[in-house]
Ligand binder design. Structure first.
Ligand SMILES: [Cu+2]
Length: 234
């Protein structure tokens, strides 16, 4: 609402100065989409999908510096923080190690295969993501460390809160494509009719019934060694 009010303050004097009679009401050129994401598990119970990414595909984000600022996934308390991050195509992500032990950062995902090596507390490495898609990021020492980067071709996205809700703002009017991804529910593709100056609702229900939290392999594609192995003494 604050943004709309500020826009009106700017537009009304402009319209009034055209000399064509009474000032016209300032109509925003875009609309908002209020999204709720639900995942239905194998027990058929629908639960809010927290941390899901929802976005409007299409408009490339390449070269849009403000969108790409401060993308950072820390290794902290033997976890990646945050666990799920939307990354516009062409953006660079920093991976600082904030723990007092060594960590590694790698991915075997086809659209971003990389290995940032082993590095100590206070050190950081960076990686640029040029291909849209899901990138599963792990640490070669600690199997419990997992981060999911959703590299998106778009400039409009939002991440759901604990209630599964998110708002996509400044969406162009008309029938627009919407995509979503959730760790348990997977992919969603649909459309929504957006009207300028309005907020429309979109309920997304994902099937998480076949989701399995299966262990992933290390950077060599092998099972992680047992916890008392030398590799865990770093
Ligand atoms: Cu680690």
């Amino acid at each position: 609402m604050k943004r709309a009010a500020a826009l009106a303050l700017i537009l009304v004097p402009l319209l009034a100065s055209r000399g064509d009679g009474a000032p016209e009401a300032a109509v925003p050129a875009t609309g908002d989409v209020r999204v709720s994401v639900t995942v239905v598990g194998s027990d058929r119970r629908p639960l809010p999908a927290a941390q899901a990414i929802v976005w409007i595909p299409g408009a490339g984000a390449k070269g849009n510096a403000p969108l790409m600022a401060a993308l950072r996934i820390a290794s902290k308390s033997k976890r990646f923080d945050p666990r799920i991050t939307a990354v516009p195509v062409g953006a660079t992500v920093e991976f600082p190690n904030l723990d007092g032990i060594f960590h590694n950062v790698f991915s075997l995902s086809p659209n971003a295969k990389f290995d940032l090596g082993l590095y100590r507390n206070g050190a950081s490495r960076a990686m640029t993501f040029d291909t849209a898609g899901l990138v599963r990021v792990y640490c070669n020492i600690h199997p419990q460390m997992a981060a999911y980067l959703l590299v998106i071709d778009g400039t409009i996205w939002a991440q759901t809160g604990a209630d599964g809700g998110a708002v996509l703002t400044r969406v162009p009017p008309g029938r627009v494509a919407v995509r979503a991804w959730d760790e348990k529910g997977g992919d969603y593709q649909g459309t929504v009719d957006v009207a300028a100056g309005k907020t429309v609702m979109l309920a997304i229900v994902l099937d998480g019934s076949t989701f399995k939290d299966a262990p992933h392999t290390n950077k060599y594609g092998k099972k992680y060694p047992p916890p008392d192995d030398d590799a865990n003494r770093y």
